[in-house]
Design a protein around this ligand. Structure first.
Ligand code: SF4
Length: 529
């Protein structure tokens, strides 16, 4: 988006203005110098590139390199605000000085994203200065494996990768295995269209993920781990590799960690682009050098995983929650969220909404809060429209379902969403306005899953192809009432007859749009629109 040009221009013009420019983090402070720091994602994607000026907490939006001389002269030297670069709230038309005044930030609870966008992800010293690796020290120096698993179980943490399985239970299942060789894997193979939460975390705060993995290793007794990142995320791969090397050099990875006698080493692996490799058993096969195809469970990876050794696989966001749980305790973690879905969840908010970006809210926040308040309301080609323009939200990517306007006050948590036939999934939220054709939305996701089917099961391999062909029939005016009935029957058959989550959930967008937006289908079929 041009952020690098803005960064270079800041360095240049600040130097020319005679300011003492500090380019590196100094743990002892920066004296009279003005530090220019690059950060990871601040979440407010629609408004980037962003420049935050601290400690005044001024946020400039959509900054270009041409704006920089004015920022330096007016704000950094003159102490005045450049009004034209401030964010304007679409409903009230008021200018907001900084994150404290911007509803997009004000209404969020950023815990896992707290440092994301504020610390330099390439500088381990900055992570340590913000309390980083203190939780790992506590886990290795003061706790045993059972103690670590217990605190994670008591926190009620559930996996953020889609299924919501209790993390503590998964760790405990691996901990009790007698095999002395165990592995920890971080699943960074985020591939849902519209999802970029894990990418932002790996790019914005890679050490937090590493620290979560170290604590997981302590919990199950592992001495080796892999960070599996999709190759389409080259910056995440680069930052994770650098973070691993820096953590090794600083003694956070290696032998006898914190005097515990336990070793832990990490390797970053790139996925080759298959969506199905986000499934645990396919991911393990991929690391082993085999074709990434799911296999039946049991045995579960916690019993027999990588190289047939006990293995836990956790999603990036799940692992990034761990340091806070160990530092602050289970009760503090449970203070946010709901009884059965404690803590917070990051969502990638995209589509027809004023503020697209990466957000974090406690579980239990409503769809209204997320779409209308944090997201700033629904938009069309002409800009902001009111809530009457809201048609649906696709939650959970290609495996998820649609939420309709009557569900605006539904709490977003694992169980409430399941009760209406949707799922948290990995956290993609695609907002759609009244002009959106839901048959085309279903087709978009079906094309994606059909292309990504690994081909092992007949119903997933052939069924998704037939579902796609039926959707084409509807859209291209060849559909009949029988086509709609076939879509439903085949959709249910693919759900039942597929081995892994990809196939089992592939028909969800079709079935959910058929249920909630049948009129869109009928318009194609009976009115031949
Ligand atoms: Fe492969 Fe689909 Fe079967 Fe999963 S359900 S194993 S993706 S064919």
């Amino acid at each position: 988006n041009g952020s690098k040009k803005v960064l270079d221009a800041l360095e240049k013009h600040m130097g020319e203005a005679g300011l003492d420019v500090v380019l590196e983090f100094r743990p002892e402070g920066h004296g009279d110098g003005v530090r220019v720091s690059h950060s990871g994602c601040q979440g407010f994607c629609q408004m980037g590139p962003l420049v935050t000026i601290l400690p005044e907490n001024i946020l400039y939006t959509k900054v270009t390199a041409d704006d920089v001389p004015e920022i330096v002269a007016e704000t950094l030297v003159g102490g005045k605000v450049v009004e034209r670069l401030l964010y304007v709230e679409p409903r009230t038309k008021e200018k907001c000085l900084g994150p404290d005044q911007i509803p997009f930030y004000q209404r969020q609870t950023r815990t896992v994203l707290k440092e994301c966008g504020f610390i330099d992800p390439d500088d381990i010293r900055e992570y340590v200065a913000h309390g980083g690796y203190a939780a790992a020290r506590k886990a290795f120096a003061d706790m045993d494996a059972k103690g670590v698993c217990d605190v994670v179980s008591q926190s009620g943490l559930r996996g953020r990768g889609g299924g919501g399985f209790p993390t503590g239970r998964k760790w405990e299942a691996a901990r009790v295995q007698a095999n002395p060789k165990k592995y920890v894997i971080c699943n960074g193979d985020e591939g849902d269209p519209g999802a970029f939460m894990d990418r932002s975390l790996m790019e914005g705060n890679p050490h937090c993920v590493i620290e979560g993995m170290m604590i997981a290793a302590r919990g199950i007794g592992a001495d080796e781990g892999y960070i599996y990142v999709r190759a389409e995320y080259p910056l995440a791969v680069k930052r994770m590799r650098k973070a691993v090397a820096d953590a090794e050099a600083a003694g956070y990875l290696g032998d006898n960690l914190f005097g515990s006698g336990q070793s832990f080493r990490l390797e970053v692996m790139e996925g080759a682009g298959a969506f199905v490799c986000g499934e645990e058993t396919a991911l393990i096969a991929s690391i082993e050098g085999l074709r990434g195809m799911p296999s039946p469970k049991p045995p579960f990876p916690a019993q027999q995983g990588l190289w047939r050794k006990p293995t836990i696989i956790n999603n990036v966001e799940t692992l990034a929650q761990i340091p806070r749980i160990v530092s602050e305790g289970a009760a503090a973690y449970r203070a946010l969220g709901t009884e059965t879905s404690p803590g917070t969840k990051t969502f990638a908010l995209t589509g027809h909404v004023s503020n697209t970006g990466l957000i974090e809210v406690p579980f239990g926040a409503t769809l209204r809060e997320v779409v209308l308040n944090i997201g700033g309301g629904v938009t069309d080609d002409r800009g902001f429209i009111d809530e009457k323009g809201f048609k649906a939200v696709q939650i959970g990517g290609p495996s998820g379902g649609c939420l309709t306007p009557d569900l605006l006050d539904l709490p977003l948590d694992f169980d409430s969403l399941r009760s209406v036939g949707a799922m948290v999934g990995s956290g993609g939220l695609v907002v759609m306005n009244q002009k959106t054709c839901m048959v085309s939305v279903a087709r978009f996701f079906m094309e994606f899953t059909q292309r990504e089917s690994c081909g092992k099961c007949v119903l997933c391999r052939e069924g998704t192809k037939q579902l796609l062909a039926l959707l084409d029939d509807v859209i291209e005016g060849r559909g009949t009432a029988e086509t709609l009935a076939l879509l439903e029957t085949l959709g249910h058959a693919v759900q039942v007859g597929s081995l892994c989550g990809l196939g089992k959930t592939a028909p969800n967008p079709v079935l959910s749009t058929l249920k909630h937006f049948r009129k869109d289908y009928e318009e194609h079929v009976f009115e031949k629109r």
